[in-house]
Design a binder for this molecule. Structure first.
Ligand SMILES: Nc1ncnc2c1ncn2[C@@H]1O[C@H](COP(=O)(O)OP(=O)(O)O)[C@@H](O)[C@H]1O
Ligand SMILES: Cc1ncsc1CCOP(=O)(O)O
Ligand SMILES: [Mg+2]
Length: 268
């Protein structure tokens, strides 16, 4: 099952249209190539609708947003919706400034977003909870499972909250993924790239929860494997890209940790 999605991705090489931030553009493009997808960054209002139409997934990331870019994201998102192309929203830094929060809410109001992927602080602020964030980073401990369910219901969409433990939910079914490595927090753009990787999996798997949980687990195991070869951020980043490209499938099957919970239960 998991093997099939990755093989499908590598066979289909889906086109992923990213409107993303200036920090992570190169890393995102390289990471998408590594997993077998085809990245394109296209930001101009004049072209985003056309690009979204021919893409297999659209990723909207507000990391270094401007008003013009938010307008372009809405054009791209609406165009993707018309064409039946899945849309991922990464609400980078929501809660840090009112512009980020209001822009993300505007996108959610105007675009039918397939899944929101963010850290707990971003999702909490998006859902209206005033939780302290530090720029693009999370602070403190939040109850990710309950928060994800609340946000999924509020926005009537799928939510992936990532961190030490990752949670994916549509408000009813909940999954927890416990793969990953702390070094991922020492390399900028690992959350952003994960949002794009989820987009790539959505391009080959219609079931959103399956696509997102598989993507997150694959990504986490690749990080675990990379961390066995390097324990510092610079070499880890390079090894991680290599592992995304060449993850040993037997290791993935053996190390993948996805568990299912149900709505209403406090425990998985
Ligand atoms: N403490 C941690 N231990 C293991 N994996 C982590 C940890 N923190 C984050 N991750 C992983 O890092 C990746 C990026 O997630 P995250 O840091 O939450 O995103 P962001 O960079 O947007 O805040 C995800 O794959 C997540 O599972
Ligand atoms: C540092 C920074 N500043 C604005 S966007 C960005 C990158 C954030 O990437 P990620 O959320 O994946 O850590
Ligand atoms: Mg982020």
């Amino acid at each position: 099952m998991k093997l099939t999605q990755i093989q499908l991705l590598q066979e289909k090489q889906p086109l992923i249209h990213n409107i993303t931030n200036q920090v992570v553009m190169n890393f995102t493009a390289n990471g998408l190539y590594a997993i077998g997808a085809s990245p394109v960054m296209a930001h101009a209002k004049e072209e985003v609708e056309e690009m979204a139409q021919i893409a297999d997934a659209v990723v909207l990331n507000i990391g270094t947003l401007t008003q013009d870019q938010v307008d372009a994201m809405i054009l791209a998102g609406k165009s993707a919706n018309k064409a039946g192309v899945p849309v991922v929203l990464d609400p980078v830094g929501v809660g840090a400034t009112t512009f980020r929060t209001s822009s993300a809410l505007r996108i959610l109001d105007e675009v039918d977003v397939t899944i929101i992927r963010g850290n707990a602080g971003e999702v909490a602020n998006l859902a209206g909870m005033e939780v302290k964030v530090k720029g693009v980073d999370v602070t403190g401990d939040l109850q990710n499972e309950n928060l994800a369910t609340l946000a999924a219901k509020k926005f009537n969409t799928n939510i992936a909250i990532t961190g030490e433990v990752d949670v994916v939910t549509n408000g009813l079914s909940r999954y927890r993924i416990t793969n990953g490595h702390p070094l991922l927090t020492k390399v900028t753009g690992t959350g952003c790239l994960l949002s794009a990787v989820i987009g790539a999996f959505l391009a080959v798997e219609k079931d959103v929860l399956t696509a997102a949980t598989t993507a997150i687990s694959y990504y986490g195991v690749a990080a675990e494997e990379a961390a066995q070869q390097s324990n510092l951020p610079g070499s880890f980043q390079i090894n991680f890209l290599d592992q995304l490209n060449h993850l040993n499938m037997e290791a993935f099957e053996r190390k993948s940790r996805i568990s299912m919970g149900t709505f209403g239960s406090e425990h998985f």
